[in-house]
Structures are given as C-alpha cells and as structure tokens.
Ligand binder design. Structure first.
Ligand code: SF4
Length: 377
C-alpha cells in the first residue's frame, strides 16, 4: 500500500489561530485524523463546509449529550471483537482504526484516547472467531468492520477472507469502509487488493463493499476510478449514510447524493437516523424532520436512486421509519435481535422532539405480519 499522508495535528490545519484554539481541546477528547486527499476536498474558507464538519473537530462536540454505545453493541458481543445480533449475520471488528475519523462516528469509543478501550473490542483471536462461525451454520454473511478493514495490509485482509471463503455456509462477505471517500488510492494504488476481490468475489458468493459516502462532494475523480476497478473485479457496491445536520440534512443534497451514487454503480442502501452518540448533538436531526427530508429527497428520482430505507440501528434491531400522518408515525422492524419482533409494525403518537426510538413511549398499536401470514396460510 502506498504511504498515506495523514493530518492529525490541529496546528497543521489551514485555519486561523483563533479557530485552531477553539478545536484543540476537542481533538484531545476525540482525535482528529484526515488524509491529505480529503483535506483537498474541503472548502477551508467556509466554516460551514459539510466536508469540514465530517472530518474536522468543532467546539460543540464537547456538549454533554448521548452515549458511547447507543446501540448497546456490548450486549451482542459474543467474544472480543465478534458481534452476533441478527441470526444470519456476524460482525468481525478486525480493524483498530480508520483511514480518517468521522466526527459523528458511532464507534468513536474505540478511538477516544482516554478510554483506551479499543483493545477490548477489536478482534484479536481470529481463529476463535472462525470457529464460532463454523459452529453457527445459520450465519451466512459476515461483515468485516472496525474501524475500517482497508487500513489493514491486503495480505492480512486476504488471509481473513480466504479463511471465511473456506466456510461453506458463509455466502456474503461484507467490507464496511469509507476509504473510497477518504483515500480511494487505497484501491487504485494497490493492484493486489483488486486481485484479491476478483479471486474471492465469486459468481455465487459475492463480496460486498459497504461504502459510507455522506455528501456528493466526497465522490472525487479518484473515487470513480476505484469504483470502476472494484466493479470490474466483481464486487457489489452499496452505500449507507447517517442523516447529518449541516452535512446532508436538506433534500437537494441528499437527492444529489442518491443520484450520483446510482449513476456510478453504488445503490443507496440505508440512511440512518443519527444515533444518540456522545458529542453528536450538533449532527442530530429529529426523526420526523429526517423522514420529511428523506421523502422529499426521493421525489422525482429514478427507482434505482431511491432504494435506501430510513432506519434506526436500535439496540433491539433495525427499525425502519415507514411514514407518518398528522397524528401518528409508523415503524417496522426491518431486522430484529429477537426473531419474535421480525417484521413487526408499530404505530406511535407523533413527537416532533424525538431523536430516537426510545423517545416514542406511548404506543398506539402493534401489528405482526408473521401472525397475519399464519392466518392466511
Ligand atoms: S469510517 Fe466508520 S468507523 Fe471509521 S470513523 Fe468513520 S464512522 Fe467511524
């Protein structure tokens, strides 16, 4: 892999002394890390630049708000670095860091210096994890995450993927990465990575690259080359993004993101309600406002561009925000940790102040598609 130039010192940013003084303290809490590639995409003259908000510390991060583990990942951690929440999916947290740190990161607990807990949450005993998957035949897809798996040398990643491919019931291997935004050269300058994808993304068992583009300006010319190389190597590409205040919280930006992604071969997959993560208040958009933005963004675009679902990664499952009327809001368990909840449809009284599922307490009705199916058959 080519040597990556990172900027980790606030002093090196092209900002005024006054601006640097304001954010120095923030980077002591949650470190800054951005590539020189990404720094060139930022409009440094605009303090409200969306890409700057994604990657550069800002004062409001120190506001008391949210939790370090809002989705209670701890509960589903079956061994250090190995999570198993949904029956068919397991997560390997194989990378201890990322190509850049997103200020809104839902796993910032792994990178916060003073906590120094990443060692407990990163998968170190790979063989134990492979054995777990071998013993759980219901697991047909494994997500490699962290951190960003593409920080690992290709040789190491290759060993993990090769071993997973030797387990016959693992069909899908997913790689969660923001490298195509932060440092697409990770793909374009490492032929061995593309070769590895070609070797293990098989006609009947694909490798999925789960991207994390939050704003259309993150799609650079180098990104286009990387996408093209991955598609030609046989990978399937998709995108997920949180809906973030000051980044993509207006229908035009979100629409442009959806459309550009669909044009280049990356269908939008999930839009997340931003989790109540510690320090993330400035990114938070209330659920009902987010739904309005999301629905307006989809008006007038092709079906290929509007395939994303709006979801909350809640401790109990992936809850889709389906719609609302004047009185009620409608949710559905898209994935559920408890199989009993799978597909459950729920109606709540509207609450424009709600930022998360837990803020809707007064349930109006519940409807189980499974029960209804049983009646039909
Ligand atoms: S790429 Fe993902 S894991 Fe890494 S900092 Fe961004 S959100 Fe967090």
């Amino acid at each position: 892999m080519a040597r990556i130039e990172w900027i980790t010192d606030v002093e090196k940013l092209p900002l005024s002394e006054e601006e640097k003084a304001k954010i120095r303290k923030v980077s002591e809490f949650f470190p800054m890390k951005l590539t020189s590639h990404y720094a060139k995409l930022i409009d440094w003259d605009n303090s409200d630049d969306p890409l700057r908000k994604i990657a550069v510390p800002f004062e409001e991060e120190l506001q008391e708000w949210g939790y370090l583990d809002p989705s209670n990942e701890k509960k589903y951690t079956v061994a250090p670095g190995l999570q198993h929440k949904y029956r068919d999916t397991a997560l390997f947290l194989i990378a201890p860091t990322c190509l850049g740190f997103c200020r809104f990161c839902f796993r910032k607990r792994l990178f916060i210096k003073e906590k120094n807990i990443s060692g407990n949450e990163i998968l170190l005993d790979l063989e134990q994890a492979f054995e777990y998957i071998e013993n759980h035949k219901e697991v047909n897809n494994v997500l490699l995450t962290g951190g960003d798996p593409l920080v690992l040398p290709t040789e190491k990643l290759r060993k993990v993927i090769e071993r997973l491919r030797s387990i016959s019931h693992v069909n899908i291997i997913r790689i969660g990465t923001k490298s195509l935004a932060y440092y697409p050269q990770r793909v374009t300058q490492d032929p061995s990575l593309v070769e590895m994808i070609r070797e293990f993304s098989l006609p009947d068992k694909r490798i999925y690259i789960m991207n994390d583009f939050n704003h259309p300006r993150e799609i650079s010319d180098e990104t286009l080359k990387a996408v093209d190389m991955l598609l030609k190597a046989g990978a399937v590409l998709t995108n997920q993004t949180p809906l973030l205040r000051g980044v993509n919280d207006n229908p035009n930006t979100l629409r442009e993101l959806f459309e550009r992604l669909s044009f280049i071969g990356i269908p939008p997959y999930y839009v997340f309600i931003n989790r109540p993560v510690k320090g993330n208040k400035a990114f938070a958009v209330p659920v009902e406002e987010a739904l309005t933005i999301f629905e307006n963004a989809k008006i007038g675009i092709s079906g290929l561009a509007e395939r994303a679902k709006l979801v909350m990664s809640h401790a109990t499952g992936k809850i889709e925000v389906v719609g609302m009327d004047e009185e009620n809001i409608y949710f559905k368990y898209h994935r559920a940790a408890d199989p009993e909840n799978e597909g459950k449809f729920m109606v709540f009284k509207r609450n424009p102040e709600a930022y998360w599922f837990d803020d809707y307490t007064e349930k109006v009705a519940e409807f189980s598609f499974k029960d209804n199916l049983a009646k039909v058959s």
